[in-house]
Design a protein around this ligand. Structure first.
Ligand SMILES: [Zn+2]
Length: 474
């Protein structure tokens, strides 16, 4: 009998292999050296292998860990400060964000990791300024991290509606250098758990010249570019005023739309524009909750998929959709699209579960390592407690109801175990690699200091939330 690190057994496995959800009953999975060694009927595995660590998933289902493809975890301390406003970026978040330092940003990231992990996220797709403290935290915590380092050339300040951004070449070069430096030092760190991508903030925030330079450097390093694309009428107006072209047409002409591009949001894209991005081979990240709250829009993910494109899910930021929870994103994605198309068969539960796992992995270029449970892949998986009010009762005949319940009913507290690279990070409400009490204490302390620092600008701008405060609505 072969000695290995870990065996997990359960009555239900959703491996996400094939074109559906890859269901297997009464199964066990053998894990060794951080990788999946075998997955087969439980009797077979238990006959062939012995492990010092056994996860007995009685009353549980097992599935790949969730992939949160696009997050701004460094805004984690700004939760609840920028909703219900029609000028989210400049009037909602900017007064607070501009007063946040690197330490606060890293702390927001710690809070986001704690939140996401407890709700089954194993891959965190962060998009932010280079933040070494946050990367060190992710490394230590054991999560998988795809870190996109933000490259920005537009001066960081509050712009009036319609005002063209002012480019600062020095800022562009500095942020590009930070990205290159991160790639040199962090790519493949943590036993391959950490990957670094190039992150021009958007075609409007970076000059044409710098966009071309970023693309050349990313190609040289065989690295993907993760960028906000057509993320609202604000971006479209910037591009039309500067270049006389809508963002997607502009990027297409530059040769930017191909398999190296991960396009986030497409909020203001027409269905035909989304289909063009998909046909050129780029992937999309859909942040249903965030774009719903910030813009009141359902992005054209269905058109993107219909054109053959892969779509990942992303929670974006705590001051946008207000949480880092992929259960929330799955439900909103299914629901919003049904409402948009007035068709309950659009975006079924199995489809959004694939977006949160294997299709998400494909979109991010991580499908060789994660996204399904099969031999040779990294052991990133979660177990879900079926003995919970939101998952009960369980049907297996004539249909299985667990996938619809995961998407429409579960909230995240059903997650019992979270494993990345074969290492148990979270178990029955306990974190093994982070101290939640300390994170919460520090987060609250920081918030008490940040609020007063942002107050002047907040009241001066007198945005929607300032008015809600003045009229005792908050
Ligand atoms: Zn974003």
């Amino acid at each position: 009998m072969e000695k290995i690190d870990l065996i997990v057994s359960a009555p239900h496995f959703y491996t996400m292999t094939g074109n559906g959800v890859g269901y297997m009953a009464d199964t066990a999975m053998a894990v060794d050296g951080g990788k999946i060694k075998a997955i087969a009927p439980a009797g077979e595995i238990l006959k062939s292998y012995s492990a010092h660590h056994l996860i007995d998933g009685k009353d549980h289902l097992v599935l790949p860990g969730f992939i949160d493809g696009h997050m701004h975890m460094t805004d984690g301390l700004l939760r609840g400060l920028a909703q219900d406003t029609s000028n989210w970026m400049m009037h909602g978040i900017a007064p607070f964000q501009l007063k946040m330092d690197e330490q606060g940003a890293a702390l927001g990231g710690e809070l986001a990791v704690a939140e996401g992990m407890a709700a089954g996220t194993t891959t965190f797709g962060e998009f932010s300024n280079m933040n070494p403290a946050l990367l060190k935290f992710m490394d230590k915590t054991g999560v998988r991290c795809q870190m996109t380092v933000k490259i920005r050339e537009a001066e960081e300040r509050i712009y009036d509606p319609g005002e063209l951004y002012v480019f600062d070449q020095g800022l562009g070069q500095t942020t590009l250098n930070q990205c290159l430096d991160a790639h040199d030092h962090w790519q493949g760190a943590g036993n391959g758990r950490i990957t670094i991508l190039f992150g021009p903030q958007g075609p409007d925030f970076v000059s044409k010249q710098l966009l071309l330079k970023i693309r050349r450097l990313a190609m040289e390093r065989n690295c993907r570019i993760h960028m906000h694309v057509q993320q609202g009428d604000r971006e479209t107006a910037q591009m039309v005023n500067r270049y006389g072209q809508r963002p997607i047409a502009f990027l297409d002409q530059m040769g930017y739309l191909d398999a190296h591009l991960i396009a986030v949001h497409l909020t203001d894209a027409k269905e035909s524009e989304a289909a063009l991005v998909a046909k050129r081979g780029a992937s999309m990240i859909l942040c249903s909750g965030s774009i719903g709250i910030i813009d009141g829009i359902v992005p054209p993910a269905k058109a993107f998929q219909d054109a053959g494109g892969n779509v990942a899910l992303g929670s974006d930021q705590a001051p946008g959709n207000n949480c880092h929870n992929i259960f929330n994103e799955m439900k909103l994605t299914a629901l919003f699209n049904k409402i948009l198309y007035q068709d309950p068969e659009v975006m079924p539960a199995w489809k959004v579960l694939r977006m949160a796992t294997i299709e998400g992995a494909k979109a991010l270029g991580l499908h060789e390592e994660i996204g399904t449970l099969e031999p040779g892949k990294q052991a990133d998986f979660i177990t879900i407690n079926l003995a919970t009010p939101s998952m009960a009762p369980v049907y297996t005949e004539p249909m299985r109801n667990m996938v619809p319940n995961l998407v429409y009913s579960a909230r995240g507290n059903e997650v019992s175990t979270v494993v990345v690279n074969g290492q148990v990070l979270y178990e029955n409400g306990h974190y093994h690699t982070l101290d939640l009490t300390k994170i919460l204490e520090r987060a609250n302390l920081y918030a008490q200091q940040l609020g007063p620092r942002a107050a002047d600008t907040f009241w001066k701008i007198n945005g929607a939330n300032a008015q809600l405060m003045r009229t005792h609505r908050l």
